[in-house]
Design a protein around this ligand. Sequence first.
Ligand code: FAD
Ligand code: NAG
Ligand code: NAG
Ligand code: NAG
Ligand code: NAG
Ligand code: NAG
Ligand code: NAG
Ligand code: NAG
Length: 624
Amino acid sequence: MNHITRITCVAIAIANVASAQLVHNQLPVGSSFAVNGENATYDYVIVGGGTAGLAIATRLAQEGRYSVAVLEAGGFYEIDNGSRSVVPGYDFYSNGATLDGANPQIDWMLLTTPQAGGNNKSVHYARGKCLGGSSARNYMVYQRPTRGSMSMWADAVEDESWYWDNVLPYYERSATFTPPNGDHRAANATPMYDASVFGNGPLAVSFARFAASIASWVNIGWTQIGNPVLEQGFNSGELIGHGYVTVTIDEETQGRSSSQTAYLDVALKTTQLYVYTHALAKRILFSANKTATGVLVESEGNPYEISARKEVVLSAGAFQSPQLLMVSGVGPAETLEKLGISVIKDAPGVGQNMQDNPFFALTFAADLETGSTYQNNPARFVQAIDNYNEHRTGFLTSSGSDLISFQKLTDRVELNISTQAKQDLAAHADDWPEVMFWSLAAWIGPGYGSLPPDGKNYVGLVGSLTAPLSRGWVTINSSDTADLPIINPNWMTLPTDQELAVASFRRMRALLKSDAMQSIVLGGEAYPGENVTSYEDLLAVANTQAFTFAHASATCKMGVKSDKMAVVDSKARVFGVNGLRVVDASAFPFLPPGQPQSTVYMLAEKIADDIRKGWLAAGSHDEL
Ligand SMILES: Cc1cc2nc3c(=O)[nH]c(=O)nc-3n(C[C@H](O)[C@H](O)[C@H](O)COP(=O)(O)OP(=O)(O)OC[C@H]3O[C@@H](n4cnc5c(N)ncnc54)[C@H](O)[C@@H]3O)c2cc1C
Ligand SMILES: *[C@@H]1O[C@H](CO)[C@@H](O)[C@H](O)[C@H]1NC(C)=O
Ligand SMILES: *[C@@H]1O[C@H](CO)[C@@H](O)[C@H](O)[C@H]1NC(C)=O
Ligand SMILES: *[C@@H]1O[C@H](CO)[C@@H](O)[C@H](O)[C@H]1NC(C)=O
Ligand SMILES: *[C@@H]1O[C@H](CO)[C@@H](O)[C@H](O)[C@H]1NC(C)=O
Ligand SMILES: *[C@@H]1O[C@H](CO)[C@@H](O)[C@H](O)[C@H]1NC(C)=O
Ligand SMILES: *[C@@H]1O[C@H](CO)[C@@H](O)[C@H](O)[C@H]1NC(C)=O
Ligand SMILES: *[C@@H]1O[C@H](CO)[C@@H](O)[C@H](O)[C@H]1NC(C)=O
């Protein structure tokens, strides 16, 4: 194949001396990079080299039976954003609520529509535009959903292969867990875990070498007010409880483990995977019988066609997979007709049903070191950088997420949750937590503004809805994927979500009043302040603070054919057309509780296995 260039070694020099450093200085030897701008044909074409895309591409290529190509709009984040994208302690950079500070080389620069549940503000919604996708931008928390939520998934799609016991092998094969190594963590920050629920997959999962001092107090405080330690950790099918959470940090390098460092680097060394970077997918091409035959692509303004002999797999994420379906004629007919797009399949569910985990926060000063210490004292920060660069230890080895707590609030009498809210939430499995709490050793004041110049050490307590009822949507106002989709997460617009947000503030305040926390809290609550107590005032604070953990999902939901809003079947095949799957967070039937990346990897592993089983079933009739 003469259009393939073999790039054996690309040196990347990044001069960034005043900062912690961890950058790959070489791309993997033997990489196969395809040439942009030339028509080509492969067996499988994966659109989007993100979290799911690189996982499924790698697994298909590893079979060595069919050719596989990946089309990715961005490049390598290690080249385009250096250590800022790799060092765990820098993970909050570029992901803020406004576009200031966001980096168009690695981010799609999406803004939401004005949010009714967020004081009508439009906020930046971070999405990775690079190999690795949002796994290259995320906060690295790795945690799985519950047994009960996976039963709901299996029931919703009428396929028992989605029950917890049946998906666990796919979670296991996607990741390797490395237990805490050496004596880096403080003695009072001992994590609980069950190593038996991990296999030896590509993704690196570990505990951060550094835990914030505040976490040790929060750890005791939650127990004191009735939320016990979850002994087996957050990866064994239960979530209600608290503890230190596993993260996608490579224990050896102390850098981010993404689908690119984990899957792609393996694939490039051991398989023939053809990778197109800076290649924007414009449209899926269909033959007259509604079979996906390839993808129209554009690089630097040049259009070309990448054809698929067998299948096209859409892995462009929760915003752009529905966008690509719509511009290609699969979506709500009304929307498509307005833009002059010919309808191949009227699919009203494309772009609907969006789910997310909105969050809000309060802040207080504490008598211990926090992230503010490093901001207040530049010499301490230089020390942290030195520790990272020289020993791979200290503050910068933490992504900021260490101690989390999952809770159900409806059964707490003191929170006085309404009968209506209880009824609304009763549809969830018993083990499905309603809220996730998280302590962040940093100032999180009104609107996430900057640290007050008072020299104090601040801590934020964050609450996030993990059983939200409000649903958002994605739509298009252009038939060109060079124009961004329009996104409306619609956070906290239903009364039950609002009630749970207010109850979350009350629960966080109960934590602050625990004996453990009282011994380190200085001067009470800094924001919103203890005088803010009424339902209306607390809701107003939730609206002021409303922001997102960026868990957008379920916009091309998996389901059964009789459900008009379902977009894909339980093997992720798009209803009404042939040769096309959606494999990424948009294909979730709903957002299971908590952080989704573990489930995105599981989904990619599982669908790759379905495809492989399809080859075996086809046997010798299946021509190579
Ligand atoms: C700031 C942030 C923090 C987060 N924190 C956590 C966390 O701590 N834990 C957790 O579990 N989850 C977290 N998440 C969520 C998690 O990272 C995502 O749910 C997951 O990565 C989504 O995977 P995906 O495959 O669906 O999409 P993505 O990984 O976003 O992949 C989509 C890919 O498609 C590419 N693409 C899109 N359109 C086109 C096109 N037209 N042509 C070519 N390529 C295209 C994109 O560039 C991207 O590479 C976070 C997300 C963000 C943004
Ligand atoms: C690529 O394919 C398209 C469609 O088949 C065709 O119109 C175009 O001429 C091809 N380009 C090249 C450079 O072969
Ligand atoms: C990474 O992106 C951030 C945000 O745009 C920017 O401040 C920083 O300089 C970038 N770093 C590198 C090495 O490109
Ligand atoms: C948001 O906009 C709506 C509609 O324009 C308006 O009714 C509402 O009062 C606004 N809310 C806030 C907090 O400004
Ligand atoms: C659809 O048409 C293509 C040729 O364009 C053919 O290869 C394929 O078998 C057909 N598929 C179905 C399901 O009829
Ligand atoms: C509990 O909530 C109801 C409304 O949902 C309200 O009428 C009642 O006064 C509340 N009770 C307490 C003790 O807050
Ligand atoms: C389409 O939506 C985008 C994003 O909301 C907006 O910037 C643009 O102006 C809109 N274009 C048209 C033609 O309405
Ligand atoms: C709470 O107190 C602060 C500072 O004294 C004040 O600005 C704010 O308006 C008060 N809020 C309420 C709801 O009383």
